[in-house]
Design a protein around this ligand. Structure first.
Ligand code: GLU
Length: 448
């Protein structure tokens, strides 16, 4: 069929041009393979070279970030901003500060972001950035000096209507604050909407902190209720213990579930009585400590070194909220053997492609990242709206908008899967629904 041939041709071109960029290539394959029926139905997209263009970032900026550590020594990191697609709005997406950050990871995240942002129904294009800087173990002053140096270059490329970064792994309110402060100083402009995830005192939005985690649970709740299930009395395992994991845990608890495990990159904790989230918030948000410290407060809990073992815990719902590549095929096999009902992704690409295939074949409900974790960026877009209207909405207003957005993402993904011949395949439906809006905008705007 025409669609299969076109997709295969583009995948092989992308493989040649981006040789060795494993994460980026995996993201490309996941999306493109699910678009085959779209091209069978819309050959006009092929004529206009939509895929050839959509797989190539509009602009990529790589830069040096020199800074001085507390010992007076010069350190150099690498800075990235990939402006992937602006067909439906200004580039929008987070900044990740983590030692693993490289070109492939930022490109995979920027590519995914394009479709995720489209799914929110809000006018935001796709972008992503970050650095291989590791905030772990750095003093506040070191983090500040790094953020200032990073912004000293980044400010040239962003803007209220051009590109609006936010947080991601390693970038939270502290980093956004330092970056915004420096942006304002060098631009002499109170462009609040140039960054999202800001503190409430200077243009941040209520619910933004909770939005990715809450949104994940709203999305998953809708998927469950569509299958006559709910969070009530379910055992939940959540990987990670950052912003996404903490607020997913909070909302899942609120809906009557019991979250029994959380992790960080060193290991995971298991508390059969249900994780005490106040303790986790103290360890992670206040002390910036390690998950292992939970045992200092709850000696009966169990800590295990290594992060993959977390999937051996028997549960009904798994919410991978740490990072890419957390659930491989072996982990999926164990989850299935233990009777898992749902895997819903809070992180970006935490489940390997072969693991997804296995889960879906075994009848496990699967909530794909670009749909399930879109709540963070959706709330960022609501923050932009509040900034441009110079208003701030109350918690309930933002939260109810977020909930509507997540429910709509589920419905649109489900309908697209149905329309294109794979009812129930929310992964495929999300890719298709996200893609079509971007493709239609690109069709209208000519070859640019
Ligand atoms: N980093 C988040 C994501 O992966 C949020 C991005 C944003 O708020 O712009 O979607």
């Amino acid at each position: 069929m025409i669609g299969r041939k076109y997709v295969d041709e583009i995948i092989s071109k992308v493989e040649k041009r981006n040789f060795g960029e494993e994460e980026f290539l995996n993201a490309i394959k996941e999306v493109l393979n699910s678009l085959v029926p779209v091209f069978n139905k819309h050959p006009e997209y092929i004529e206009e070279g939509i895929l050839e263009r959509i797989v190539e970032p509009e602009r990529q900026i790589f830069f040096r970030v020199p800074w001085i550590d507390d010992n007076g020594k010069v350190q150099v990191n690498r800075g990235f901003r990939v402006q992937f697609n602006s067909a439906i709005g200004p580039y929008k997406g987070g900044l990740r500060f983590h030692p693993s950050v490289n070109q492939s990871i930022i490109k995979f995240l920027g590519f995914e972001q394009t479709f995720k942002n489209s799914l929110t129904g809000l006018p935001i294009g796709g972008g992503k950035g970050g650095s291989d800087f590791d905030p772990k173990g750095k003093s506040d002053r070191e983090v500040m000096r790094f953020c200032q140096s990073f912004m000293a270059e980044l400010y040239k490329h962003i803007g209220l209507d051009t590109d609006v970064p936010a947080g991601d792994i390693g970038v939270g309110a502290r980093e956004i604050g330092y970056m915004y402060g420096y942006y304002k100083k060098i631009k002499n402009a109170n462009d609040q909407g140039v960054l999202t995830g800001k503190g409430l005192a200077y243009g941040g939005s209520l619910v933004r902190k909770e939005a990715t985690g809450y949104g994940l649970v709203y999305f998953t709740e809708k998927m469950l209720s569509d299958n006559n299930l709910s969070f009530k009395d379910k055992t939940v395992v959540i990987s990670g213990s950052g912003n996404v994991a903490i607020y997913a845990c909070e909302k899942a608890n609120e809906l009557g579930a019991k979250v029994v495990a959380l992790s960080d990159s060193n290991g995971y904790i298991y508390d059969e009585n249900g994780i005490n989230l106040d303790i986790i918030k103290q360890i992670k948000e206040v002390n910036r400590g390690r998950i292992k410290e939970y045992l200092d407060y709850v000696p009966n809990a169990k800590y295990t070194e290594g992060f993959r073992g977390i999937w051996e815990i028997k549960c009904d719902i798994a919410l991978p909220c740490a990072t890419q590549g957390e659930i491989n095929k072996e982990a999926a096999e164990i989850l299935i053997k233990n009777g898992i009902k749902v895997v819903s992704e809070g992180a970006n690409m935490p489940t390997d492609l072969d693991a997804i295939e296995l889960l879906q074949k075994s009848g496990v409900m699967f909530g794909p990242a670009k749909a399930a974790n879109a709540g963070g960026v959706a709330c960022s877009a609501l923050e932009m709206s509040q900034n441009s209207s110079r208003l701030s909405w109350d918690f309930e207003e933002v939260d109810s908008k977020l909930k509507d957005i997540m429910v709509n993402i589920y419905i649109n993904s489900k309908n697209a899967a149905q329309e294109y011949g794979e009812p129930g395949n929310i992964l495929m439906g999300a890719n298709i629904a996200g893609f079509i809006k971007v493709a239609e905008a690109m069709m209208s705007q000519g070859i640019v």
